[in-house]
Design a protein around this ligand. Sequence first.
Ligand SMILES: N=c1c2ncn([C@@H]3O[C@H](COP(=O)(O)OP(=O)(O)OP(=O)(O)O)[C@@H](O)[C@H]3O)c2ncn1[C@@H]1O[C@H](COP(=O)(O)O)[C@@H](O)[C@H]1O
Length: 106
Amino acid sequence: MADILDTLEVVIRERRTADSASSYVARLTHKGRAKIAQKLGEEAVEAAIAAVQDDREGLTGEAADLIFHLLVLLADMDLTLDDVRAELARREGVSGIDEKASRNAD
Ligand SMILES: N=c1c2ncn([C@@H]3O[C@H](COP(=O)(O)OP(=O)(O)OP(=O)(O)O)[C@@H](O)[C@H]3O)c2ncn1[C@@H]1O[C@H](COP(=O)(O)O)[C@@H](O)[C@H]1O
């Protein structure tokens, strides 16, 4: 079974050029990258608020909104989940503590 994120990534790429009257992805894309980025920021704040309120159901929904809007933004930048996977793989096994220390040593 295809991963839902991979499926959603394909759907979003297809919907970017759909009719704005029937597609949220097309409508948001048409509004421009700054608007997509703004929506991503709003969803991130809503996710953070749900977490602080200990709202597990709320966080699940907001996390879905956040990831969806991130995929819309990645598509607008012609970036893919594979690009993000490659970056995460590059970081694999490197402690965030060590990584930060190496930056501060420069
Ligand atoms: N996963 C999603 C998804 N998650 C969230 N959303 C939409 O993202 C929007 C989030 O906006 P808000 O919560 O801020 O509410 P809003 O009031 O509509 O937003 P504003 O008017 O304030 O900008 C809502 O309209 C949600 O319906 C999504 N819209 C689409 N998808 C997927 O994308 C596919 C293609 O969608 P269309 O492009 O609409 O066909 C769908 O089949 C779904 O699989």
